[in-house]
Design a protein around this ligand. Sequence first.
Ligand SMILES: Nc1nc2c(c(=O)[nH]1)N[C@H]1C(S)=C(S)[C@@H](COP(=O)(O)OP(=O)(O)OC[C@H]3O[C@@H](n4cnc5c(N)ncnc54)[C@H](O)[C@@H]3O)O[C@H]1N2
Ligand code: MOO
Length: 445
Amino acid sequence: MTRTDADRALDEALALVSRDPSPHASGAPGPLDAPDAVRAAGGHRASSWSHAREAAVRAGAGVRARSHRVPIAEALGEVLAEPLDALTDLPSFDTSAMDGWAVAGPGPWSVRTGAGILAGSDRPEPLADGEAVPIATGARIPADTTAVIRSEHAREDGSQLYALRPVVTGQDIRPRGQECRSGELLLPAGSLVTPALLGLAAAAGYDELGTRPRPTVEILVLGDELLTEGRPRDGLIRDALSPMLGPWLSRLGADVTGTRRLGDDPAGAEALFEAVTTSTADLIVTTGGTASGPVDHVHPVLMRAGAELLVDGVAVRPGHPMLLARTGDRVDGRHLVGLPGNPLAAVSGLLTLAEPLLRALAGRRRRPRYAVPIQGDVPGHPYDTRLVPVLLTEEHAVPLRYHGPAMLRGVAAADALAVVPPHGARSGQELEMLDLPWASGGCFT
Ligand SMILES: Nc1nc2c(c(=O)[nH]1)N[C@H]1C(S)=C(S)[C@@H](COP(=O)(O)OP(=O)(O)OC[C@H]3O[C@@H](n4cnc5c(N)ncnc54)[C@H](O)[C@@H]3O)O[C@H]1N2
Ligand code: MOO
């Protein structure tokens, strides 16, 4: 078949590189023996996109969980390491649900002289039969109260109070323990500490929470061609990944301990080796140097360090040279995610490997999956999944331009990445969406 200009343009857009297109290359089973692993150009085996994500989840879930106790204000975005049991009845005393009068027995009632009962008041005097006392929402109900009447449902005439509608015993009283009894399970271990959970924990009497600490991440940006300021010049380009990855990883729930830049020279390779063998971070994220060029140090350093490659290449565009390795033993080991240097390829690796790994390390559930109809046909790669930046409207996902592997223009305008299966998608087809962490506007992790 003659290749057309359009084919070539598509290859270019999808960053097709030389590789064996056979989707089921054979080979000895090993950590990369996913059924649909494919052999990539460099001789290593590429996992399918979904197997790569599964491998990242398994790797994180296999690490022994740690826990710590933190003041509740510091627990936001972490996961409960222990169940949240109520430390008190809620409400902890019988409470008025409305502003009005607490009354005892049938009316009319004689209104008690003196101040009414406000929220926060100490134990009020019991009510006598036929007595009423003004009461505020949230205030403690006097003993022997039979009902609360809302201020708009009663009329005061001199010292007498008359109900304007029938009064039902117990009305507008929140009885002690209505929401929970002391010791009752409010939320199980594993729950995400959200602002709502913080509120509940405070209401239930907590000052500290037992949580799983955020995974720590060290970022290593590889490359001699990178400038930290000013405009690109003399063949040098701006480092686009350092400013992006720290905040992005923080949004994914990581505690980023630092970002360092390493050269492509032997000293850079040595510093990488040093980090791989001695870093105390749960995860090292590297950028660049994942391919097989003369100064691509990541594979050789991992081999030298005796790391186990759990994922070595993924059948996804962009980002196929991404990798996941484990250093140290299976339960107390640490991990390294190697992101390709092309910036959108790095984003692809972040969402494919780093995010599922970090969620699992933090004890969080997988992100909920959802699909949205795509607007317009989307070309596919013949064998690989594509991740395409999209804008989300109320009805559709709209693919964005400027989605080449070296471009950030599309993703910077996007709400999500659409997961496009091999061979592409027809207009209206439902595609899985990977929300970008800021898309819903409410990220607090
Ligand atoms: N012979 C082959 N060459 C390449 C292959 C391949 O399969 N065979 N894959 C290509 C693909 S696809 C990608 S993606 C890249 C991955 O390369 P590396 O991870 O080794 O990254 P580098 O070579 O260091 O850089 C690639 C590209 O990205 C730019 N870059 C790197 N770091 C940054 C940064 N912090 N900010 C902005 N831009 C960055 C770098 O200048 C290069 O242009 O390999 C292909 N080659
Ligand atoms: O296709 Mo690469 O993985 O340039 O991004």
